[in-house]
Design a binder for this molecule. Structure first.
Ligand code: 6R9
Length: 657
């Protein structure tokens, strides 16, 4: 029987998972925190004044006249203000006497391959690159596509564009020629910056042939600027120029011109589940204001003592906002790592934490669950006592993964901040503050000061505490996307049409009894079982809370009796054996945790799950398997062989009852 409460309206999304653990901020951290609870009251009293103070952290060539111009759904922030984003990220720190401070400790994948860039080094490199781009005919407003491995020339290229007012479009280095080509075309880029290749899983992996294939179809590209990284053979094309030829001989002096706060900074394409990729457009002033403020507040950044490491790829928004723009605007010292966590061994991340004495680590739930699967003994071999704050982003973090992260990586002393945001939001929107919030494992907790997020039902009415529904944002925020590149109508339709006057990010969420927010996954993935809308997240979290399970993905598959039935794909932990009755054990475990309505019809033990390059589970493909269809478009899969491994496992499917 379904756990129904008689007399209440059916809810947009069921609230099944109960979680009572709470972790108070460590007293010493709270006492010295950059941001205290007062920030919430201040922002509530005057939201625009709050964001003005945040913008005052930046150096403006001309202060703005109007803080916000809001012609729904089009926002302009800091109107009339002028600033240079690269100057804010680099030069002003050098001018303040911090030229010798390290901006990036870069660690290549091959062991021993590392580089250190101080702010003064970065200034010289960015200036040279800006001069080279100018020589190649790139000017303000031009689009530059960047398709690179995780090497220092990637942020240098982005900053060189920002310095000139050119608009960069970073395309993740793992995407296909077709994906790159469509993005180059959509943005009409005139320059592509790439490398011969990069290192991945212990071997050089070529990039240049993909670029050649893509630009063969894009006559608008005048030049391809190529960094030599691996030394692989490169088929030279007429429009190619080598970075070491063109950039190295430039002057390291370049005068940054101020740009309008609302001049475009970059385009970043998000694939979405269907249709052509959306070019999310961000502008300079508001974006840098919110990325810098959130990086300072959410990670309690102490620029003089912290060593900060965000493990994301720069080709993903997390890398843009929290490897490049936010940390540099704050004068932070960051680690950048080129490779994968298991090369040359599964302790690589912890070795890097130990080597650089990392204090703040920001990674994704998918990585955390993988580390859980590999076993507790691996991180235990390293000295990670430098860590003081841990962050999570990209997917809901299951309570069990959160607690594991806190215990085995954070030594039970580090607060974990679960940060909800999107490419479209530009910066963190919902998150605990490490010195303020008594965090609950699995909850993103509260909107940050200055952000007005809520959970509404399908009529757009705010749900009461204890209720589930749709996440919305009520008021514009500084780092919001300004539009979809070249398609205002699609911007309106996608984000502002579902609920009148509110931004709809496409995620489900619930408010618990205290009013704290829990993200419940994409609403497209919600399962409708016997008339109940059940979130994938809650069932997955219940599965991961079983000691034998490391990772889980669930989907709704058509079922003659219940409409949809829950089909689960699970990866077992390193030490767990796949016993004969594991399926029964897990099904009962979920029923006990969430109620019988959430009991999966089927449990499939699989070796891997299909994930995007940024680690998000592609439930759409699992739905194909669960409904016995041939598997759909796999082009954005990180590893396209995964689906074969899963399909092979199908015969072991158990469908009890
Ligand atoms: C930053 C980033 C955005 C989507 C978002 C949501 C999911 C991200 C999350 C989270 C639950 C979190 N998401 N962070 N869900 N809790 N802390 O991931 O951007 O790649 O555009 O993805 O990711 O579904 O809507 P992007």
């Amino acid at each position: 029987m379904a756990p129904e409460t008689p007399g209440t309206e059916p809810q947009a999304l069921s609230n099944l998972l109960q979680e009572n653990r709470r972790f108070e901020p460590p007293a010493a951290l709270a006492a010295a925190a950059n941001v205290t609870a007062a920030a919430y009251t201040e922002a509530e009293a005057d939201r625009l004044a709050f964001w003005e103070r945040a913008a005052d952290r930046l150096t403006w060539a001309k202060r703005w006249d109007t803080t916000l111009e809001w012609n729904p759904p089009f926002a302009k922030w800091f109107v009339g203000g002028r600033l240079n984003i690269a100057y804010n990220c680099v030069d002003r720190h050098v001018e303040a006497g911090n030229g010798d401070k390290v901006a990036y400790f870069w660690e290549g994948e091959p062991e021993g391959d590392s580089r250190t860039l101080t702010y003064a080094d970065l200034q010289r490199e960015v200036n040279k690159a800006a001069n080279a781009l100018t020589e190649l005919g790139v000017g303000k407003g031009d689009r530059v596509a960047i398709y690179m491995p995780m090497i220092p020339e990637l942020p240098i290229s982005m900053l060189a564009c920002a310095r000139l007012g050119a608009i960069h479009s970073v395309v993740f280095g793992g995407f296909s020629a077709a994906a790159l080509q469509s993005r180059i075309e959509d943005a009409d880029a005139k320059l592509v910056i790439t490398a011969d290749g990069g290192y991945r899983r212990g071997a050089p992996s070529a990039l240049k042939p993909t670029v050649d294939e893509a630009v063969a179809q894009t006559p608008g590209v005048e030049h391809v600027l190529v960094v030599r990284r691996t030394g692989q053979e490169v088929a030279a094309q007429e429009r190619d120029v080598w970075w070491h030829d063109v950039v190295e001989r430039q002057s390291d002096q370049h005068e940054a011109q101020p740009h309008d706060a609302e001049d475009p900074l970059y385009i970043l394409y998000t694939s979405g589940t269907t249709g052509k990729p959306k070019g999310i457009l961000h502008t300079g002033g508001g974006y840098l204001t919110q990325t810098a403020w959130t990086h300072d507040a959410v990670f309690d950044l102490k620029p003089d003592s912290d060593i900060y490491w965000c493990t994301a790829d720069i080709g993903w928004v997390t890398g843009h906002s929290y490897i490049v723009y936010g940390p540099l605007a704050n004068g932070a010292t960051s680690v950048i790592y080129e490779g994968t966590p298991d090369t040359p061994h599964r302790g690589r991340f912890w070795e890097i934490v130990q080597k650089y004495k990392v204090t703040i680590l920001y990674t994704a739930p998918t990585a955390i669950r993988t580390f859980m699967k590999w076993g507790d003994d691996i991180p235990a071999k390293f000295d990670m006592s430098s860590l003081r704050i841990l962050g999570s982003v990209g997917e809901p973090i299951n309570p069990e993964a959160y607690v594991w992260y806190r215990e085995h990586i954070g030594g039970e002393r580090c607060p974990v901040v679960d940060t909800w945001w999107q490419t479209e939001t530009g910066a963190i929107m919902i998150s605990p503050l490490p010195g303020v919030t008594a965090a609950k494992p699995g909850a993103a907790m509260r909107p940050l000061p200055g952000i007005t997020a809520d959970v509404v039902d399908d009529q757009g009415n705010s749900v009461p505490n204890g209720g589930g529904g749709f996440l919305v944002v009520r008021d514009p925020w500084p780092s919001m996307l300004r539009t979809i590149w070249g398609d205002d109508q699609r911007y309106i339709d996608t984000y502002w049409s579902r609920f009148e006057g509110m931004y709809f990010p496409g995620d489900g969420a619930k408010k618990d009894e205290d009013g704290d927010l829990w993200l419940l996954g994409r609403v497209d993935d919600v399962m409708l079982v016997s008339g109940h809308n059940i979130s994938t997240t809650e069932v997955e979290s219940a599965l991961v809370s079983h000691p034998k399970v490391a990772e889980a993905a669930v989907v709704g598959a058509t079922d003659p009796v219940t409409g949809q039935a829950i089909v689960s794909f699970v990866i077992l932990r390193g030490s767990a054996e796949e016993g004969a009755d594991i399926a029964t054990e897990l099904r009962n475990h979920v029923a006990k945790a969430l109620g019988p309505i959430a009991k999966p019809r089927q449990i499939l033990v699989v070796p891997e799950l299909p994930k995007t390059r940024s680690g998000k589970i592609m439930r759409r493909l699992l739905r194909d398997v669960a409904e016995n269809r041939s598997v759909g478009d796999v082009t954005t899969l990180a590893d396209s062989t995964v689906m074969n491994l899963i399909s092979e496992k199908l015969p072991s499917a158990k469908s009890d009852d």
